[in-house]
Design a protein around this ligand. Structure first.
Ligand SMILES: Nc1ncnc2c1ncn2[C@@H]1O[C@H](COP(=O)(O)OP(=O)(O)O)[C@@H](O)[C@H]1O
Ligand SMILES: [Mg+2]
Length: 476
């Protein structure tokens, strides 16, 4: 036990390991609280999960009661059957577990100093009076099942921190960032039907820190791509963050994750939606200025821990040879997209600049749409004008963009279930013909027309593009 204290856990990584157990136990609420008195004595982690019986608690304190070779449940965040002990004793010398299950509340205490005296592996069962004195015990009151993990004798946790309350304050502040990032997909699930995890730190909800800032429309992404390795599926999605001028307020804090864009570029490996490691290109490439806008999400199933060399602390993986080539392709693709952000700096954010007529711009938490001056309709319409006239027209259209009747549109589409006319085939054909004329492509052949239209909104990605092109050719 003493030697295992030196595995190299930081406080954040250790607490995240305890939270993993809570999630494995089906918790919907996890509350972490650190003692912020002048001489901090404890830090506890409470969850409303399934709880443990006395026997199960004693089992949980044994090392490697569940082996890493046994296949884990698909949803399991556990790994070696070590986390509870290794994480705890990396931070403190006394562990108390109090758990409620099947109407019974029991507690056990495991203290390294007592262990040394008795020179025997022993777990002490708490008396009812001792139970009530465990910091955080009252948390169990409101729930029919749950577990309290209480750390005391916080030698390592407070070591090399400022003395007194500010030492605990420092630990809590790094916890807020680390938990917000590690569990961001639990706090804000992608599946809108599932309820987000309530993760509290000293009473306050921990805010999800999404490294891909996915709610920001200026962020560009590829469709998720599945890579199969043996029987396992890895899902990879590349995100390209916009130039920092497009990221404001709270998002700015997320953008550089406290590490700077340069440091935060790279692969983000997740196992069961929990962030394992991030930043850097896993020996597939080096951090470069040109690639700094690229962040690549990699979802790993937990059945492949061994080949990915997941370590005890669950914060490092090494991609196996079988997927290295695939991942390096993403490094290249992401890098190219990132490079484009840099060369377009100061311009509109959409990387496929021809495609969209209206480009979303998010600023100070609100969005608007601006016309894309590179879109063929606009570009051709103002082509022959002089610079002053051109600016005036573009300015006017930009103003019109601000006046789009969003509320009205939403009502008609959602409440009245009406469809905009542009989605009707006749309108599309008419519109396509106009574009082709505007671009002076009347004489191009069908294949060329198809190619042009397929890169222009609203034709891009339409399955009936063949038919539209055929109708356009007839009209021309
Ligand atoms: N908060 C909890 N709620 C319910 N059971 C728990 C909790 N924490 C730990 N356990 C039990 O203790 C066991 C050992 O935990 P741990 O040492 O972290 O190893 P692992 O998570 O790899 O199985 C878990 O497998 C689980 O059965
Ligand atoms: Mg665990």
């Amino acid at each position: 036990m003493e030697s295992m204290r030196a595995l190299g856990y930081t406080t954040e990584v250790a607490v995240a390991d305890i939270v993993d157990n809570s999630l494995d136990a089906g918790a919907q609420l996890v509350h972490v609280r650190g003692d912020v008195s002048d001489s901090p004595r404890w830090l506890w982690i409470f969850d409303d999960g399934s709880g443990m019986t006395l026997d199960e608690m004693v089992g949980a304190l044994k090392l490697a009661a569940v082996s890493s070779i046994d296949e884990r449940r698909g949803s399991d965040l556990g790994r070696f059957g070590l986390g509870l002990k290794t994480a705890t004793f990396s931070q403190c010398r006394r562990l108390t577990l109090v758990s409620r299950k099947e109407g019974e509340t029991q507690g056990v205490c495991f203290d390294l100093d007592e262990l040394l005296e008795e020179s025997d592996w022993s777990v002490r069962r708490l008396t009812p009076l001792e139970l009530e004195a465990v910091p955080g015990f009252e948390q169990l009151d409101r729930f029919t099942s749950g577990t309290l993990v209480c750390w005391e004798k916080l030698d390592r946790l407070l070591e090399s921190r400022p003395p007194g309350a500010s030492g605990m304050g420092e630990a809590l502040s790094s916890l807020r960032t680390h938990l917000g990032m590690t569990f961001h997909r639990w706090i804000e699930p992608e599946n809108r039907n599932s309820r987000g995890l309530r993760l509290l730190l000293n009473g306050h909800q921990v805010r999800a820190i999404d490294p891909f800032i996915r709610h920001n429309r200026a962020v560009d992404s590829t469709a998720p791509e599945t890579i199969r390795v043996g029987g396992d599926a890895i899902v990879v999605q590349a995100f390209t963050l916009p130039d920092s001028s497009k990221i404001t307020g709270d998002d700015a804090e997320r953008e550089d994750l406290g590490e700077g864009m340069f440091g935060a570029q790279g692969f983000y490996f997740y196992r069961n939606r929990r962030l394992i490691s991030h930043g850097g290109w896993a020996n597939l490439g080096s951090r470069r200025d040109l690639t700094k806008h690229s962040r690549i999400l990699v979802d790993l199933p937990n059945t492949i821990d061994d080949i990915w060399q997941l370590d005890v602390m669950k914060n490092k993986v090494v991609p196996p040879a079988a997927v290295r080539r695939q991942l390096s392709r993403f490094y290249m693709v992401g890098g190219r997209r990132s490079g484009r952000v840099i060369s377009y700096r100061g311009r509109r954010e959409s990387t496929d600049s021809v495609k969209y007529v209206w480009v979303p711009v998010t600023e100070r938490g609100a969005f608007r749409y601006e016309p894309n001056p590179d879109h063929p309709i606009l570009a051709q319409a103002v082509e022959d004008l002089d610079e002053r006239q051109r600016r005036r027209i573009l300015k006017a259209i930009q103003q019109l963009g601000l006046l789009i009747p969003y509320g009205e549109i939403r009502r008609r589409m959602s409440v009245d279930d009406e469809k905009p006319s542009r989605d009707q085939p006749e309108t599309l054909v008419e519109h396509a013909t106009d574009i082709i004329r505007l671009m002076g492509l009347q004489d191009a052949d069908a294949r060329n027309l198809q190619q042009v239209l397929s890169s222009v909104e609203p034709f891009a990605g339409r399955r009936d593009l063949d038919e539209i092109v055929a109708a356009v050719v007839k009209k021309l």
